[in-house]
Every structure is written in structure tokens, then in C-alpha cells.
Design a protein around this ligand. Structure first.
Ligand code: AMP
Length: 636
């Protein structure tokens, strides 16, 4: 555990004027105001709805005063939860919140409560899961736990989930939608073809409902409110979302998307991976889908009775629609499915999904299917808390920024500085950063990278999220963040240190050579093989189409030479790391990896292909599916 020194503040400093009034009672309602008139999606060409204007005006106010709002937000979190076991441990039993002004309280909090990891919160979360109802992390009892995707860390982590989590999901959706509708108006009453998937929920020993955050949200009242308030409904009934078998859900999402094709205004998913998967499946499924549309039937591969009933209730046989789609699909097949989405969904205005960070490698395939349709990056958040909203929807995904919403959590930022080259000799494997003192939102600097730290309404205190972001600028007083990467190192043999982003850049570099062939990269992962001496990096590629060995050899060389990390370069030159190995795996391998992860509790809506693995089952799948190996000659 790392102890933050906290920040000295002048406690005599006058308390900032409360932004939302100061009553402790309606805390959540005050922090996340729900406008009386719900924002609605705009009728094409009409002015933005008053609800949109209202929520934009609210956000502009909190962004303008972001620093003060943060101080107030922290005060409310402490007001609510200061008598919990966790906070009493650090702030003492005698804290009288009302006697301290918010600035003094902020200073006390950051100097007394240590920076913490998930592991520091885990014993409390475990007691909650086991049925301890005393106030451990929050005063209000926690009745649900969320599972973070866990694909970056090997195992899903449980974090508290409360009504606030659903309300903030609804709020960020409305806010983002209000800004989107200024540039990309959509028809009221239109539909969203949204590839969303619930996963199995289960009861913990103490009777709490456990599931992924997206699963809880899709099942919540707030999700229904979102649809009503934006007058835009998903194509699929809840039974399709909640079933838990992503193959069956994908088929039904596609079928209903086709049935409502003229009404679809937006194509969406939580992470872009789901959209790419769905349309890759579409290339195989379209004939069967057309058959079902023509006859008003449903493929026998849909075995869930609830899903069958719900989907059949939405379908009417339409020979003319089926023939029209069939004709388009035959033409699309000829052009390798280029611009598939706008051709089949002619009224779609944009595609909306998280496309940054670990989703960036799927952009090429997404663009292939999207043609000229706008790609809008969805907001930045995590199971633990929403963080930032995309206020500039016309920016391409490569330039997307996320403006921090200062009412959602109390955010701190640990400055990260690159280690100097001579420091690389350290035998202890830490990452490549030296840390500065955590700063409040109002003190971050443009161009600087930080690790995000959260103090949430759901009972996480100074919790290191493990994400690295860069401040790209400010929107009024609120920082605009670029997502850089997960901080965790993935590839390391000895003194070398490479993150997911380093690998992503290297693979991007190497796979550029595939443009000389008729092959494309489908997905990739890696492993640091330490079983033989010297250890070396293995990068697994699944490719679609044929590539000559000569080119693949060059790809392995290119990737080896592209790792810029000083530790890696030195180790390669001295031979303490062996040549990089590129292994080509057979078609469908990453589907098997997905199936394995889903079978072990990962959720399709939050799935991220593990970019490096030490999991023996995954390594067995990868090794069994390897069809060719290429060894780099980059360092002779
Ligand atoms: P989960 O564990 O499923 O809650 O995933 C949360 C993680 O996904 C975050 O901590 C980020 O690493 C990543 N993430 C979420 N939103 C974005 C985004 N807009 N861009 C890039 N990465 C994101």
C-alpha cells in the first residue's frame, strides 16, 4: 500500500459556496440532478430539445466550477459514509463533518486516508459478500456487487454496485446524447441496434446479487428510463439481452436489427469488439437470417424458450424485406462486405461504442463495415465509476477525449514520469514510471500523464484504478483526458517493461506489412515464454486470408525491432532475451478464447481480448492451434 502525503490546504480558507445546496439528505439527487423534462432525441432539423439544453446547461455549470464541485462532491461522500468502518479507521471516530469547511475536509481526507488498491478494499468487500450488513464501506447497505471484466487481470474483481451506479450511467448517457444530437440529430422514435449482453447473475454467500455492471444496468429501471427519455428503443427485447448465451443473443440482435432496418438510427455496443464480432458473424449467418425474416420463423439454434417467445412476438413474415436484404447481401459478399452497415441500415446516423484503448485494433475492421458512417467514441468509465464524457463526438476515435464529470466521484491524479534510461538496471520489475504526489482535478497539467484515483459514492476510497490517462486540455474547469493504457506491465522477461499499449503499437507496426498481401489481422495476444533460456516474447496472430511466409518473417522482424523499451533493446542486443517468435494460429482460435473466457464468467458486453496471457488453458488452446512459427532475425 502506498501512503499519499495528502495536500496541505489552508483550513481557514473560506468554504466554497455550495453548488447544489447543502442538504445531506438528497445527496444523490443533488449530485446527479434528473431534469424535470427528460432530454429527448431531436427530430431531424429541429432545435435541440429543452431537456438536452437543460442537461447541457447543468454540465456547463459544474464544468465551470469543477474544482469546487469536486470539493463538494468529496464532502458529500464523507458526510454519507464517515461512520463506516473503513473511513473511521483513517479519519477517526470523532470526526464532525459539519464542523469542517469542505476545503479543510478535503485536506484532512487526502492526508489521512491512504492511496489504496483493490486488494486493500477486498477484505471489506468479501465481508459484505458474505452477509455482513454493518456499515463497512458505505452507510447504506450494499445489495449488489459488480464484476469488473478481469480480462486484464486474470480474474474478475468484485466492487460494490448501488443505485448511484445506475443513475450515473443514465446521466452520462443523457449528457453524451445531448452533445451528440447537436451534430448528429436522430429521429425521435427511432431505434438503436445495440449489441448488448447481460451475463449470468448469481447470489453471493450473503445473498447479494453479483454480476457485471452492464448486466445490472441493463436490468435496471434506469435503462428503461433511458429508452423512454431519449425516445429511442433498442431493437431487442430484454429476454435477448439477458439470456447469457452471446451466440444466441447476437443472432437475435441481428435478426431484429434487420426486421427494423428502416427505423434504425444508431448502431451501438459498450465496447467496439462486440460490434466487430456481430458483423463478422453476420457474414456467415445472413442466409439463415433472411430465411427467418421471410418465413417469420426463428432458427433452431435459439434454444432459450423465453428468448424464442420474445423474438417471435416481434417478428412478422416479410418476403419482400427478406428478398431486398438477400439481394444486398449478395452484392456485399462480392465486395468483401465493405460498407455493410450503411448498406443494410440506410438510416443509421452513426456507430457509437468505446473504440479507444484496447479497442483500437478493431477500428480497421469496424471502418471496413462502417464505410462513411461516423464512428463516435463512447464515454470513459469503469465498473468502479464513470469518469469522462465525450463532448466532441465528431472527433475521430484516434483523437477522442473524455471530459471528467466532477459530480460522479472525487478524482485524483498521480503524475507519472518516465524513468531515466540508466534506471533500467533495477532487477525489481516495477513499471516504467516514477510517481509524483497525487493531485486534485484542478491542479492537473496539459500534456502530463497520470494514473486515475477514485473516491466513489459506492465505498471505494482513494482507489487506484490502474488506468493511465493524459490531459489533452480543459473544458472550462474540467480536464479533458485521453486514454493511454492500463498501467500494468504485460510483457517482461528480465529488465524489459512493456504495457498493453506498447504491444499494440508494435503489432500495428508489424501488421502494416500485411497490406502487401490479401490477409488481414483478426486478433492477437502474447506471452513471455520463460520456459526456455533465454526467455523470449511470443506473439500470436490470427489472420484471415493468405500471407506468404516471406512476409510473415518480415512481420516478426519488424515487431521485434519495434519494441522501443530500452530494457528490451539492451536485452535483445546482449542476447539475454531471445528472438521474438510470431505464431500464426488457425482461423477461429480467438473465438475459442472468447468462449473460454465467457464460460468462466467474463461478459460479452465488457469483453476485452487478453493481450498477454499466462493462463495455461489459453496457452494450450493457442499452442494447439498454432499452424506456423516465424523467428525474428532483427538482432542477428
Ligand atoms: P471493466 O473492467 O469492464 O469495468 O472495464 C473498465 C476499463 O475499460 C477501464 O478501466 C479502462 O481501462 C477501459 N475503458 C473504459 N472506457 C474506455 C474508453 N472510453 N477508452 C478506453 N478504455 C476504456
Amino acid at each position: 500500500m502506498v501512503l499519499g502525503k495528502g495536500r496541505e490546504r489552508n483550513s481557514e480558507h473560506q468554504a466554497p459556496k455550495p453548488i447544489f445546496g447543502d442538504s445531506g439528505g438528497a445527496v444523490i439527487a443533488a449530485i446527479i440532478p434528473i431534469p424535470d423534462r427528460q432530454p429527448t432525441m431531436t427530430v431531424e432539423g429541429a432545435a435541440a430539445a429543452s431537456g438536452d439544453q437543460e442537461i447541457i446547461a447543468w454540465f456547463e455549470g459544474v464544468a465551470e466550477n469543477a474544482g469546487l464541485v469536486q470539493t463538494q462532491t468529496l464532502r458529500r461522500i464523507i458526510e454519507l459514509n464517515h461512520s463506516t468502518e473503513y473511513l473511521q479507521k483513517w479519519l477517526g471516530r470523532d470526526l464532525r463533518v459539519q464542523d469542517l469547511d469542505p476545503v479543510a475536509l478535503e485536506s484532512l481526507f487526502t492526508s489521512s486516508v491512504p492511496l489504496a488498491s483493490h486488494a486493500d478494499h477486498e477484505p471489506y468487500i468479501q465481508r459484505i459478500a458474505d452477509g455482513d450488513t454493518s456499515p463497512l464501506l458505505t452507510q447504506e447497505p450494499i445489495t449488489m456487487l459488480s464484476l469488473s471484466s478481469g480480462t486484464t487481470d486474470g480474474r474478475p474483481k468484485q466492487v460494490p454496485f448501488t443505485r448511484f451506479s445506475c443513475q450515473s450511467s443514465l446521466q452520462i448517457f443523457r449528457l453524451g446524447a445531448a452533445y451528440r444530437s447537436r451534430l448528429f440529430p436522430v429521429r425521435a422514435g427511432g431505434r438503436i441496434l445495440e449489441f448488448i449482453y447481460g451475463s449470468k447473475q448469481f447470489q453471493s454467500k450473503g445473498g447479494l446479487t453479483v454480476g457485471t455492471a452492464t448486466t445490472h444496468y441493463f436490468a435496471s429501471e434506469e435503462f428503461k428510463t433511458r429508452q423512454k427519455s431519449t425516445d429511442s428503443f433498442v431493437c431487442s427485447p430484454y429476454e435477448v439481452i439477458s439470456e447469457g448465451d452471446y451466440n444466441q443473443s447476437t443472432y437475435c440482435h441481428l435478426l431484429l436489427g434487420l426486421a427494423f432496418c428502416d427505423q434504425v438510427e444508431v448502431i451501438a455496443s459498450t465496447f467496439a469488439y462486440s460490434i466487430v464480432q456481430a458483423f463478422t458473424s453476420f457474414e456467415e449467418l445472413w442466409e439463415e437470417l433472411c430465411e427467418d425474416l421471410r418465413e417469420g420463423t426463428l432458427s433452431t439454434k435459439i434454444t432459450s424458450p423465453e428468448m424464442r417467445r420474445a423474438v417471435m412476438g416481434c417478428l412478422t413474415p416479410s418476403a419482400s424485406l427478406a428478398s431486398k436484404i438477400e439481394k444486398k447481401c449478395r452484392e456485399l459478399e462480392e465486395s468483401n462486405w465493405s460498407s455493410l452497415i450503411p448498406k443494410l441500415w440506410p438510416n443509421a446516423k452513426y456507430i457509437y461504442s468505446i473504440m479507444t484503448g484496447s479497442m483500437q485494433p478493431y477500428l480497421k475492421k469496424l471502418r471496413h463495415h462502417a464505410g462513411d458512417l461516423a464512428l463516435i467514441c463512447a464515454d470513459y468509465g469503469s465498473t468502479e465509476s464513470w469518469i469522462g464524457v465525450n463532448l466532441e463526438p465528431s472527433d475521430p476515435p484516434e483523437r477522442a477525449t473524455f471530459t471528467v464529470i466532477p459530480t460522479f466521484s472525487y478524482f485524483e491524479f498521480i503524475p507519472l514520469y518516465r524513468r531515466k534510461e540508466q534506471d533500467h538496471s533495477s532487477s525489481v520489475i516495477t513499471d516504467d514510471f516514477v510517481e509524483g504526489e497525487p493531485l486534485p482535478l484542478s491542479e492537473v497539467k496539459v500534456g502530463q500523464q497520470y494514473e486515475v484515483v477514485l473516491t466513489t459514492f459506492t465505498g471505494l476510497y482513494r482507489y487506484r484504478l490502474g488506468d493511465v490517462v493524459e490531459v489533452a486540455g480543459f473544458y472550462k474547469g474540467a480536464p479533458k483526458l485521453t486514454f493511454i493504457c492500463r498501467r500494468k506491465l504485460i510483457l517482461t522477461v528480465n529488465i524489459d517493461k512493456n504495457t498493453e499499449r506498447d504491444l499494440q503499437l508494435v503489432v500495428e507496426e508489424g501488421s502494416r506489412l500485411l497490406s502487401q498481401t490479401r490477409a488481414e489481422l483478426v486478433d492477437f495476444t502474447s506471452h513471455a515464454d520463460l520456459a526456455v533460456h533465454p526467455g523470449h516474447y511470443v506473439i500470436y496472430w490470427e489472420i484471415k486470408g493468405e500471407a506468404e511466409d516471406r512476409i510473415l518473417n518480415a512481420c516478426s522482424r519488424e515487431m521485434d525491432a519495434a519494441f522501443a523499451d530500452h530494457g528490451y533493446v539492451v536485452s535483445r542486443k546482449t542476447g539475454s532475451i531471445g528472438p521474438l517468435e510470431l505464431r500464426i494460429v488457425e482461423s477461429g482460435t480467438f473465438r475459442r478464447i472468447l468462449d473460454y473466457c465467457i464460460g468462466n464468467g467474463a461478459a460479452m458486453s465488457q469483453f476485452k481480448t487478453p493481450r498477454c496471457t499466462t493462463n495455461q488453458v489459453l496457452l494450450r488452446i493457442l499452442d494447439r492451434c498454432t499452424v506456423k512459427s516465424f523467428w525474428s532475425t532483427a538482432y542477428g
